[in-house]
Design a protein around this ligand. Structure first.
Ligand code: KG4
Ligand code: ZN
Length: 355
């Protein structure tokens, strides 16, 4: 008999399922993106997302049953927090049903712990601890120092928008569809900076703020709306958005590395993950910074920078190996600070029971 973990991710707008063995190899994987559904509304519509997750996850699980034997599943790991509550309820509800019916272990996973593990998908030798992560997605923008698996400290975060939101909102201002990050990256090639647009918050703190920059872009575009059809002008705006955001992430990253070095001593691995980590300009910038500090840069392959269930499965396997099982009364939570996982493990998990 095989030993597989079944992971389900539906915390935002992707319905994803993955089955992984205990050596972190993917045995089954399917994602159904809802981007086209939400596109016309300019962002994710929570009600539409929950209804679609319910429909799409059922389709995927029906397909999975053709190739994966339920007997080989030893535990089920849904994303339980943070995220849109309707999506979380769907994954958690389905998982609890499977665990109850088939006597499987229940291992709820924190979505950001999944993103941190996205660099380890398919690998047996994992990035060692301690390490520092810059997690940049549509919902999050934070520095997380990991002492070990499950023990995290947030050392800086956004006080308003995430950097993914900054890409998306600036993109909307210039007429791009959601999610605008990849489009801005395409249009930015060979562009030049427009000095008048300015920069995101450059205060010497490890926290981020992007809402002022978003307003700068909006004001600039409102003043120059008639030029938006000029391809060179458009390219320069995209270039400015991307380079200013990348520059800001780089500046804050140097502050964060200095802070960690001083507080905890030198560390060897830096992780860049989340949807925005697909951006090549940002990756190059981080490569240069890591080189300066003699630290290794780790980032997931493009496919796993976005939301996916394989990253949730890696976290599921690691928790399974630690015996971090939960009973079935865990409720999904739309907000959940990753730092609180330690007390969550102590109080809710480690009961080594599924019933
Ligand atoms: O991690 P993710 O798939 O979903 C969340 O958990 O939020 O991240 C989605 C975000 C969107 O804001 C999208 O615009 C951004 O990642 N993104 C990018 C790129 N690809 C995706 N931003 C900049 N450049 C990219 N190439
Ligand atoms: Zn995410």
């Amino acid at each position: 008999m095989n030993k597989y973990i079944l992971a389900i991710e539906s915390s935002c707008d992707d319905s994803c399922v993955c089955v992984m063995d205990l050596e972190y190899n993917i045995k089954y994987e399917k994602n159904i993106s809802q981007i086209d559904l939400h596109n016309e509304y300019g962002g994710v519509v929570p009600e539409l997302a929950s209804r679609s997750h319910l429909q799409y996850l059922q389709i995927i699980l029906k397909d999975l049953a053709k190739t994966i034997d339920i007997k080989d599943i030893v535990a089920v790991s849904p994303t339980f927090a943070p995220g849109l509550i309707g999506g979380l309820l769907t994954a958690v509800g389905i998982s609890k049903g499977i665990c109850q019916m088939h006597g499987k272990k229940f291992i709820p996973i924190h979505h950001l712990q999944g993103h941190l593990e996205s660099i380890n998908i398919g690998k047996n030798d994992h990035t060692p601890y301690p390490n520092l992560t810059l997690l940049v997605s549509g919902g999050h923008c934070q520095f997380i120092y990991a002492k070990t698996f499950g023990e995290y400290e947030i050392i800086g975060k956004t006080i308003d928008d995430s950097v993914g939101e900054a890409f998306d909102k600036c993109g909307k201002t210039i007429g791009l569809r959601y999610p605008a990050g990849p489009e801005i990256e395409k249009h930015a090639i060979n562009g030049e900076n427009i000095d008048e647009i300015g920069r995101p918050m450059t205060e010497k703190t490890m926290n981020f703020s992007f809402s002022g920059f978003k307003t700068n872009v909006l004001n600039f575009v409102n003043k120059n709306r008639e030029k938006l059809n000029d391809p060179i002008f458009f390219k320069n705006i995209c270039h400015t958005i991307q380079s200013r955001l990348s520059e800001n992430l780089g500046y804050k990253t140097r502050l964060a590395i200095d802070f960690v070095n001083k507080k905890y001593g030198k560390f060897d691995n830096f992780i860049l993950c989340g949807g925005v980590s697909a951006n090549q300009t940002i990756i190059k910038n981080m490569q240069n910074i890591c080189q300066d500090y003699d630290i290794k840069l780790n980032h997931p392959p493009l496919k796993y920078s976005m939301d996916n269930a394989a990253m949730i499965a890696v976290a599921g396997v690691k928790n399974f190996k630690l015996g971090n099982y939960s009973n079935l009364d865990i409720a999904p939570q739309n907000r959940f600070n990753i730092q609180d996982l330690v007390s969550f493990y102590q109080t809710s998990i480690n009961q080594k029971s599924t019933k």
